[in-house]
Design a protein around this ligand. Structure first.
Ligand code: CO
Length: 429
C-alpha cells in the first residue's frame, strides 16, 4: 500500500481519544466511515485470490458422533489448570481462556473450576436434597422430583471471589487474561426457583438465613440471607442446555446470581433454614476480606463492577501496525453493564466502547472498540459502569480499602502495556 493511500484511509478515521482510539461508530457499518472501510483497508490482505480444492473436499468426511467435540485444530483451546497441591488434595482452580474466546457465553468444557476437595462422582439416583430447619414441613427431593418442577432459564456470570487477586501483589506478574482474570465464566443456567421449594416447605417465623451444604469431600457450606434466597436463587440442573457438568456440581448446585461464586454451593444436598449465619469454615477462615484498619469483613457477597480487555491482552503480540479491535468483557454483581470506556494512554483520555446488544443484568457483556496502532508504546485500559451507577475503580483505589494480605473482591482497572514491538504485558499504571 502506498503511503498516500494509507494517509487517505487514516484521514477518514474518527479518532476520539488519545493514542489512536477510534469512534465506535466505525463498527456499526455506517457507510464510508463504518466497518466496511476498516475491513477494506489494505492493511490486512494483499494477495490476489486463487481458488484451490483442498484434499478434504475430494473424499467423504468422518462419521456422525453421539456427542460432539472441537476440531483437532482447535484443541489448544483449554482451561488453564494449575499443578495439583499434595497438601490440599482436590483443592485448586482452573481458569477460562478468556483471551481465546468470543461472545459472552462460556462453553461448558471451558467454564472455570474451583474445588476444595475435588469433584465427587455423585450418582443422581442416590442423591437427595433435604430442606429442613425452621420450616413447617421438612422435605426431601430426589433428582427426578426436581426435574418435574417448573424451571426457569437465565444467563448469569459466575465469578470466584479470588478472581484477579494476583493484581493485589506488589509486582505485576507477567500473566494472561486467563491467568489473571479467568475465574469468571457465564452460562445459561436452568433450574427450579428456590422460592418454589421454600413455599412448599413453609418458612417459619424467625428464619432469616439459609445454610447450604454440598456432598463433596469438604462438605462445602455457605450461609445466605433469606431475602436473597427468596429473590433470585435457584437450584441449577442444566448448564447451556445440558445437565450441569460434574465440576459444576452435578446433579444440582445452588445458583446465587451476582454473588461470589463460592456461595453457589455445588453438589447441593442440604438447605437448612436458620435464625442466623452458620459461620462455616469457608465464611470465617476463608472468603472474609481483610481491611486496611485491621478488621475483616464477613459476608461480602456481590461481585463488584469490573471489566477486562481480553484482546489485545497479556503475552499477546501485535503483528502489524494499523487498525486493531480492542475487545473484552464487563460484568457487575449489582446490575447490568451500561457503559464501558477504553483508554489507550494509561487513563488520561477515554472513549466509549460499543456494547453488545444483549445486556442482561448479572451476565457478561462483550465490548469492542477499533484502535489505530502506529507503533508507539501504549497502555490499554477499560472501565465499566453498571446500572446501579457503580464505576470500576482504579487498582490503587481498591488496594486502599484493604489490608495488603487481602486477595478477595479485586475489581480494579486492568492495564496492558503495548511495547513499540507490539508485545502486550500486565503492568500497574
Ligand atoms: Co466476599
Amino acid at each position: 500500500m502506498s503511503d498516500k493511500h494509507r494517509d487517505d484511509v487514516y484521514q477518514n478515521l474518527d479518532q476520539v481519544a488519545g493514542n489512536g482510539l477510534l469512534n465506535r461508530r466505525h463498527l456499526l457499518g455506517l457507510g464510508l466511515a463504518g466497518a466496511a472501510s476498516l475491513a477494506a483497508q489494505p492493511l490486512l490482505a494483499a494477495e490476489a485470490p486463487t481458488i484451490v480444492t483442498p484434499s478434504w473436499s475430494k473424499v467423504p468426511g468422518r462419521d456422525l458422533s453421539g456427542y460432539g467435540y472441537p476440531s483437532t485444530f482447535a484443541q489448544g483451546l483449554q482451561r488453564l489448570t494449575g499443578a495439583p497441591n499434595p497438601l490440599l488434595p482436590g483443592g485448586g482452580a482452573s481458569r477460562s481462556p478468556l483471551h481465546l474466546m468470543q461472545g459472552s457465553i462460556t462453553p461448558n468444557g471451558l467454564h472455570f473450576e474451583r474445588h476444595h476437595a475435588g469433584i465427587p462422582e455423585v450418582d443422581p439416583a442416590q442423591h437427595r436434597l433435604v430442606i429442613h430447619g425452621l420450616v413447617r414441613q421438612p422435605l426431601s427431593f430426589s433428582y427426578e422430583d426436581l426435574l418435574a418442577y417448573p424451571q426457569q432459564s437465565r444467563v448469569y456470570f459466575l465469578e470466584c471471589s479470588g478472581n484477579s487477586g494476583a493484581n493485589t501483589a506488589a509486582q505485576a506478574s507477567d500473566g494472561t487474561a486467563a491467568s489473571l482474570h479467568g475465574l469468571v465464566s457465564a452460562a445459561q443456567w436452568t433450574g427450579v426457583p428456590l422460592s418454589t421449594l421454600l413455599a412448599e416447605a413453609g418458612v417459619e417465623d424467625g428464619a432469616s438465613w439459609i445454610a447450604a451444604t454440598g456432598v463433596d469431600g469438604a462438605s462445602m457450606g455457605r450461609s445466605i440471607p433469606l431475602h436473597k434466597a427468596l429473590d433470585d436463587v435457584f437450584i441449577a440442573l442444566y448448564q447451556n442446555g445440558e445437565p450441569i457438568r460434574p465440576e459444576q456440581g452435578y446433579p444440582m448446585r445452588l445458583f446465587v446470581p451476582g454473588w461470589e461464586g463460592n456461595v453457589s454451593v455445588k453438589w447441593l444436598s442440604q438447605i437448612k433454614l436458620t435464625s442466623g449465619p452458620a459461620n462455616f469454615r469457608d465464611e470465617t477462615s476463608r472468603y472474609t476480606d481483610f481491611l486496611a484498619d485491621g478488621k475483616a469483613l464477613q459476608f461480602t457477597y456481590p461481585m463488584g463492577v469490573k471489566s477486562v480487555i481480553t484482546s489485545p491482552s497479556g503475552q499477546m503480540l501485535l503483528r502489524r501496525q494499523g487498525v486493531h479491535e480492542v475487545t473484552g468483557l464487563a460484568w457487575s454483581g449489582s446490575g447490568a453493564i451500561t457503559r464501558v470506556e477504553v483508554s489507550a494512554d494509561s487513563g488520561r483520555t477515554w472513549a466509549d466502547a460499543l456494547l453488545a446488544e444483549e445486556r442482561q443484568a448479572l451476565a457478561l457483556t462483550r465490548f469492542r472498540l477499533p484502535w489505530l496502532w502506529e507503533g508507539a508504546p501504549a497502555v490499554l485500559q477499560s472501565r465499566a459502569t453498571d446500572s446501579a451507577g457503580n464505576v470500576q475503580p482504579t487498582r490503587s483505589a481498591v488496594l486502599a480499602q484493604y489490608d495488603a494480605a487481602n486477595r478477595y473482591h479485586f475489581n480494579g482497572i486492568q492495564s496492558w502495556s503495548v511495547s513499540s514491538q507490539g508485545a502486550i504485558a500486565n503492568v500497574y499504571a
